[in-house]
Write a protein that binds this ligand. Sequence first.
Ligand code: PL3
Ligand code: FE2
Ligand code: FE2
Length: 241
Amino acid sequence: MSNSTTVPHPLASSADLVTPLPDFTSATYKDAYSRINGIVIEGEQEAHDNYQALARLLPEQAENLVQLARMEMKHKRGFQACGRNLKVEPDMDFAKRFFEPLRNNFQVARGEGKVATCLLIQAILIEAFSIAAYHIYIPVADPFARKVTEGVVKDEYLHLNYGQEWLKAHFDQVKEEIMAANKANLPLIKTMLDEVEKDAGQLQMEKESLIEDFLIGYQEALSDVGFTTRELIRMSAQGLS
Ligand code: PL3
Ligand code: FE2
Ligand code: FE2
């Protein structure tokens, strides 16, 4: 009996090599979390607003798009609960500034009735960015936030897929527009990643993993839409190189 508790399990040593989870109660963690939590809450709110706007641009798709917008509100409430659970006040002013350039570009495209640009920004770029971030966050999250994020990330795949299917169905008409939208907006994602790098590091999320995960998802989506490998490499080089 005493033997079985003192002799180390053959796999115990590999567990020792795993980095421990961050201290979710430390002041440095909570300070970084106030900005990251603000970003995801604001991101979910803006995703809601963007799908509502798209529903008005594409009346025949309104039912689907309003449904996506509803899911975004649920995500927002989930992440608000994550902040409350850790007793963190989300920094919403920081988060609004964080999204400003991307939000402006979406609004200009929306004013010009450029549906493909709006879909590229919201349903491809932002969704691929959120999927990468949520993926990397899940293994280092507190147990409550992990559950919430696991539920959210499943929905984000549906959103990415929605944009993918629409752009694919209209590929010949929107190919040039997507390329221009990529050129104007992919660099903004790079800037956003740079801005969040330090805080994400406090949460044990690595920038390299975020970029890698994002680029894989983004390129897979655009490949399904209809772009060739050569076009995808050129498009990625315009932003994240
Ligand atoms: C669309 O459905 C959601 C849009 C949210 C955008 C999220 C961007 C995430 C940025 C960075 C960082 C870390 C994530 C941590 C997760 C709680
Ligand atoms: Fe969402
Ligand atoms: Fe989404």
